[in-house]
Structure formats: structure tokens, C-alpha cells
Design a protein around this ligand. Sequence first.
Ligand code: GFB
Length: 316
Amino acid sequence: MIDRQAPVFVAGHRGLVGSSIVRRLEADGFSDLRTVGRDALDLRDQAAVDAWFDVERPRYVFLVAGTVGGIHANSTRPAEFLYDNLMIHSTVVQAAHRTGVDKLLYLGSSCIYPRHADQPITEEALLTGPLEPTNEGYALAKIAGIKLCETYRRQYGDDFISAMPTNLYGPGDNFDLEGGHVLPALMRRFHEAREAGAASVTVWGTGTARREFLHVDDLADACLFLMDRYSEAGHVNVGTGVDLTIRELAETVRDLVHPEGELVFDTSRPDGMPRKVLDVSRLTDLGWTATTSLAEGLADTYRWYLEAAERGVLRL
Ligand code: GFB
């Protein structure tokens, strides 16, 4: 178990994942959480990151910061996704190494795996084939992050571990219709259609692509579980092991938010990876499984969306 009294840095604490990890650590009695906003520290700047680590001296690091987005943002801003993430991962890993951090957890993404990987995807599928073109820049940066952790462990003996989550959603998500991921975008589109009395809602692609969705609070729980108990070089998949088509997802969101809404598929938009579901047996064997069903998670996220809209704090 990692020390609940020690200083812990959550890099990326304002994002979907980071905010959930902060809630999870607070609930677990961590008493010395260190965070810093992007306005105060540019994580792409090694000198600035070094200076911050020299002052704050965290003993544990959750590296969950990054430039993120859905299929459209990834495919139209590949240079930013590649550069920002390569830099952020490198500066934080290097500063953690230099200042002797006890343990670091690096968060990747299931898009690291080849487009035509066998499904469900095992950890061993990494670097066995070409990547999905719509998120190649992001995936390459994420693969580099895994290799940073592995090589710093091999060369320097640093206890740096990696977790690869599937598609995430939950409170604190980005509800931007163009830049965000499918689940928050559909939730917002159905909500706004109901408010406007509109009959139909647009869903990108053919609806046949398959995805797996993990509630972000389950991910935060898994990250703490791994921080407490896992210290090996290999990255670990984090998901539910269950997927559904985008059409089924859209129908489920429709039933919750705007039951009269009709789905209209915009096939000029890309489907991206045909299927992406993780083999989670490594994590299950370690003793962790996800507990939030998609129905519960959607209801929870929609409740949060309504409250956040009321308070004017939605990321749109
Ligand atoms: O969530 P999403 O952008 O992630 O898209 P990816 C998932 C699927 O939902 C795709 C369809 O087949 C989309 O075409 N989709 C339907 C929509 N309607 C919408 C919509 O309104 N918005 C969006 N965004 N999609 C991302 C990667 O890929 O997954 C990132 O680009 C990251 O790198 C993330 O890894 C987890 O699974 O396609």
C-alpha cells in the first residue's frame, strides 16, 4: 500500500480522469494532494516541470494529464495530440526520476493497439500491427509513454507502472459536440433535442462500430488498486470486457434522455476503429473488476450533467 500521508501529485487534476482520482484519493484518506493548473505550469516545459518538482517533492505521481479528445479532434489536430502528449509524458517521467519519486502511475489509452488486433485485445497486442489512422498521433504518444515507464524501470530501477483504460465517461467529462467523445456528445445532443422539441438526433458514422465504456470512478478505483499492489513492467488493461455498438449506445442514451428521439446516422463521419474491447483478465487475476453498469453510469452522468448545466460549470 502506498503511504496515505505522503505528498501525491495528480497531474491533470481538472480533467475527467484527474478529478475522479482526486475524489477517490480524498475518500481514501490521502492527506497531502498536490495539484497545479495549466495556467500556472505548462507540463510540456521540462525546466518548469523540474522547478515545480523541486519545490513540491511529491513521493507518488498519477500521470493522467494530456491533450485529449474524440475521433474528430484526434483526426483534425494530430500534431497537437502527438507533440503535447509526447512532451507531457516525457517531462513528468523525467522529473519524477530525477527527484526520486517512489512510484508513478502512467495512464495510456486503448487506442495504442493495432486497428486489426484480435478482440478482446490483450496487452500482448501492442506493436503487432498498424494503428487506427484517426488517432495515430495520440496513440504514438501513448505508446512512447509506456516505453518511457518500461525503460526507466529497466535502466534506473524506477517503480513506474502503466494502465491502459478503455473509452471512459462520467462526471466532469467534456460535452463539446465536435471535440469530445461519443457518449457525452450524444447525451448533450439528445438533451438539447428534447429541450428544443426536435424529433431527430444525429449520430456520427454507421452505428456499427463497437466500443467498451468504463465509468471514470471505476478507473480511478483501479488506478489506486494498481498503485497499491502492482509493480511490474507490463502495462495493464482497464475496462469492463463488455462492448456494444454505437447504435446500441445511442439507443440507450436516447431511452434515458429523450425517448421520442429518432436516430439519424451521418455516414460522412468516420467510424474509426471497427471494434475496441479489452481483455481484462490480467487485472481480474490481480483481483480487480469494474462495478458500475452502463445503465447506472449513464444515469449518474446525466444527473451530473443536469446539475452542472444548472450551475453553469459544464465543459462545452
Ligand atoms: O468517442 P469517440 O470519438 O472515440 O467515437 P474513438 C467513438 C465512435 O462513436 C466512433 C461514433 O465510431 C464515432 O464515429 N460517434 C457517433 C461519435 N456519434 C458521435 C459523436 O457525436 N461524437 C463522437 N466523438 N463520436 C477516440 C480516440 O476514438 O477514443 C482517442 O480518438 C481516444 O484517441 C479515445 O483513444 C478513447 O474510440 O473512436
